[in-house]
Design a protein around this ligand. Structure first.
Ligand SMILES: [Zn+2]
Length: 327
């Protein structure tokens, strides 16, 4: 196995690249603050052998003592929370947030998700296959994890780094970033990514995650940040410019959804997703890999709900399926 790629960002602060095999995200960035007293690891990769070996190698290269190491998890997705239980020594603190912990620890989660997916037009014969392949179902921590909950405004100090918790709902409902105001660093999780756009999606029938995402972006726009340290891919120097680009991206998506619904007259989230443009090499929607259809439908629904809240779309039922038309 090749050595894990490690980049030193500042004094005692490192980025370890944890590969995600056969996943379009390619890798998760785990950030490691090395400190004489206690170290902090921010996000970990998935609970699978390849990630485990890579993180373990990063700890070896940096000479990290796991007996003196705590963890911070930006959000509930398996590529971030996956390995906290595997590596944490007894007494380690694992910082997390309440809304995401509630979802992660629901015992009926996949049952609920599968019934919601059906409601939004995801073909019944594909739902259970998609859930079997879902990284959240396959690569999350096994068994309960003893989390320490943080809230917006909480302060964690590790060595020379003062980390302020900034709650940024949108990508998930409890997504939490860390701001280091002296070094002007922002650990953004999947709230802000550079080379790819964060997936904003939902399966719930109610809520408005995209509106939450826009307000979280506005909030971060106000912060004084010199360097964004995202959960995937490369570091971002111009935080405000990236926020503007992300907002533009979703506004274009909203227009596209409105246009598609206008054309087809009425459609489920699944049918609307099939009409949207996706950054994927496939000849048609039918040729999309199953998981990409899954994430695309969740993303379509988040945009549909935003438009519904704006009064531009309205919902009705077509047998058991929720459908949307121009309001
Ligand atoms: Zn991620």
């Amino acid at each position: 196995m090749p050595e894990t790629v490690i980049e030193q960002i500042r004094e005692d602060l490192f980025r370890a690249e944890i590969p995600l095999p056969r996943n379009p995200l390619k890798a998760t960035n785990a950030y490691i603050i090395k400190n004489g007293k206690r170290n902090l690891v921010i996000d970990t990769g998935m609970n699978r052998d390849e990630c485990k070996a890579a993180l373990s190698d990063a700890f070896r290269q940096l000479d990290i003592d796991l007996e003196h190491t705590d963890y911070f998890v930006t959000h509930l997705h398996a590529d971030h929370v996956g390995l906290v239980a595997e590596f944490s020594a007894p007494g380690a603190i694992i910082y997390f947030n309440e809304p995401d912990a509630e979802i992660l620890q629901r015992t009926d989660l996949w049952h609920l998700v599968s019934s919601l997916a059906g409601k939004h037009g995801f073909p019944e014969e594909l739902v259970s296959a998609a859930i079997d392949l879902h990284p959240g179902q396959r690569y999350s921590p096994q068994g309960p994890v003893n989390f320490t909950m943080v809230e917006d405004g909480d302060l964690l100090t590790y060595g020379n780094y003062e980390l302020h918790c900034i709650t940024t709902p949108g990508h998930t409902s409890g997504h939490t970033c860390l701001l280091e105001p002296h070094h002007k660093l922002f650990f953004s999780g999947d709230h802000i990514l550079g080379d790819i756009t964060p997936n904003i999606s939902t399966w719930l029938e109610t809520g408005n995650p995209l509106a939450e995402y826009f307000s979280s972006l506005d909030r971060v726009h106000e912060l004084d940040v010199n360097l964004v340290l995202p959960g995937h891919r490369s570091l971002i120097k111009n935080c405000r410019q990236r926020i503007d680009q992300l907002k533009d991206h979703h506004r274009r998506r909203l227009n596209e959804v409105l246009h598609i619904v206008g054309e087809i007259g009425q459609g489920s989230a699944f049918e609307i997703a099939a009409g949207m443009t996706w950054d994927l090499v496939a000849d048609s929607w039918d040729d999309f890999p199953l998981m990409q259809k899954w994430f695309a439908t969740g993303e379509a629904l988040a945009h549909v709900q935003y438009l519904e809240h704006e009064g531009k779309l309205q919902r009705s039922s077509r047998e058991k399926t929720l459908v949307f038309s121009v309001g």
